[in-house]
Design a protein around this ligand. Structure first.
Ligand SMILES: Nc1ncnc2c1ncn2[C@@H]1O[C@H](COP(=O)(O)OP(=O)(O)OP(=O)(O)O)[C@@H](O)[C@H]1O
Ligand SMILES: CC(=O)N[C@H]1[C@@H]2OC[C@@H](O2)[C@@H](O)[C@@H]1O[C@H](C)C(=O)O
Length: 363
């Protein structure tokens, strides 16, 4: 077993999650976890870029360097907390910060910032990043990539087990007996709820669903949200802020809804979009990971819409829901360094399995 570090900063733009794990590719054990919020200025600049705002090549390059430095700081913090040295770590797997994801059309690409050269140089640890573009070069969506890891840590059950990551975007992995793994993005996870809450309360998210619980679901608004054609597209599919953003939401509001009612409706929308996917399968287990696992209303609404299902978080199955994605990128770095494929063509739609990522040696 070797030590790997995984770093994830996701579409919620809430900050950086990092884990230290021990893995041989088959087994994986979480040793240490840390999380660091983005410094507010950095978050705002990333949000502007991810919103499609015009930035110069200079600003773009500076953000790439700044993020690389921020990731290195988190790695050093993780190492200090664990009592380990750089030499004890085989590699870092760093997802990077998605600032644009365009999986379809004539020139598909997915851009994650956070300079891997800087990360390797500042930590002294081999760094693997840029995990998505090989899959896209092979005709795939480049996302989601976690289903292979979900299979590794939660596969092999004798009934249907759905693993649902509720981050900024929600994505689902279907693990069913004698069935190849399926996985795809479902739609918004916390992203719309977060932006509505921030706009009206100044808080980054609706902690404990307190605001949503004060409101009532608006059936008319819910119907307009659920009418989004992307939701009905068949897999393979992936999405992001490019579609589900502030203007997408504003176009669907009548304008006279109460703030709390919109919050309640957005939570119901997220739960309903996920439940509809689950309803295509015989009742089994639905295990939630990602920050949405901390939202009690989402879990309640999923359970209410899925009678006969066991709805819980992945913690109940022994995998820390807050560490799942970062662990997946530690594991993907292991795959890359061992010349093993990281993607699942049945999930991403790529022509073949491929070794993912760019390797930055520290020397
Ligand atoms: N106590 C809580 N109550 C309600 N929501 C919560 C709570 N804790 C976290 N969240 C939600 O989880 C979000 C963060 O989720 P997470 O860290 O999984 O996002 P991410 O890493 O950006 O995800 P992804 O890459 O999958 O899009 C917060 O923005 C918030 O919406
Ligand atoms: C392009 C991009 O960053 N996509 C993220 C996002 O966040 C959740 C969902 O959308 C998923 O497709 C993906 O992240 C996870 C880690 C994945 O690739 O599996």
């Amino acid at each position: 077993m070797d030590n790997y570090i995984g770093i994830m900063s996701g579409t919620s733009l809430d900050g950086i999650d990092a884990v230290l794990v021990e893995t041989d590719g088959e087994r994986i054990r979480l040793l240490e976890r840390t999380t660091a919020p983005f410094e507010p200025g950095l978050r705002d600049r990333l949000l502007a870029l991810a919103g499609g705002g015009a930035v110069s090549a200079r600003q773009w390059g500076e953000l790439d360097a700044e993020l690389g430095r921020a990731y290195a700081g988190v790695v050093l913090q993780l190492l200090a907390g664990s009592g380990r040295q750089a030499a004890d770590i085989r590699a870092i797997g760093c997802h990077g910060q998605t600032v644009w994801h365009q999986p379809d059309g004539p020139l598909p690409f997915s851009l994650q910032l956070g300079d891997g050269n800087r990360l390797a140089a500042e930590t002294g640890i081999t760094t693997v990043n840029d995990f998505r573009r090989k899959d896209m070069a092979l005709g795939g969506q480049g996302a989601p990539l976690v289903p292979a890891f979900h299979r590794q840590v939660l596969g092999g059950t004798d009934r249907v087990r759905l693993v649902v990551n509720i981050g900024g975007i929600a994505n689902i992995t279907v693990l069913a007996p004698d069935t190849p793994v399926l996985g795809y993005d479902v739609g918004p996870g916390n992203m719309l709820m977060d932006l509505w809450c921030r706009r009206h309360t100044g808080q980054p998210f609706d902690r404990g669903a307190a605001l949503a619980r004060r409101g009532r679901v608006s059936p008319a608004l819910l119907a307009r949200l659920l009418a989004e054609p992307w939701l009905a597209l068949p897999a393979p599919k992936s999405t992001g802020r490019e579609l589900f953003n502030e203007s997408w939401l504003d176009h669907r509001l009548a304008g006279d809804e109460a703030v709390a009612d919109v919050q309640a409706t957005l939570a119901e929308f997220t739960a309903t979009a996920i439940a509809r996917e689950a309803q295509q399968w015989p009742a089994g287990e639905l295990l939630v990971c990602g920050g949405g696992g901390h939202n009690p209303l989402l879990l309640e609404r999923l359970a209410a819409q899925l009678p006969g299902w066991r709805v819980d978080t992945t913690n109940a199955a022994g995998v820390d829901m807050d560490a799942m994605e970062a662990m997946a990128f530690a594991w993907l770095a292991h795959q890359t360094l061992h010349g093993l494929a990281g993607n699942l063509p049945a999930v991403t739609g790529a022509r073949r399995p491929a070794i993912l990522g760019a390797i930055h040696p520290p020397g």
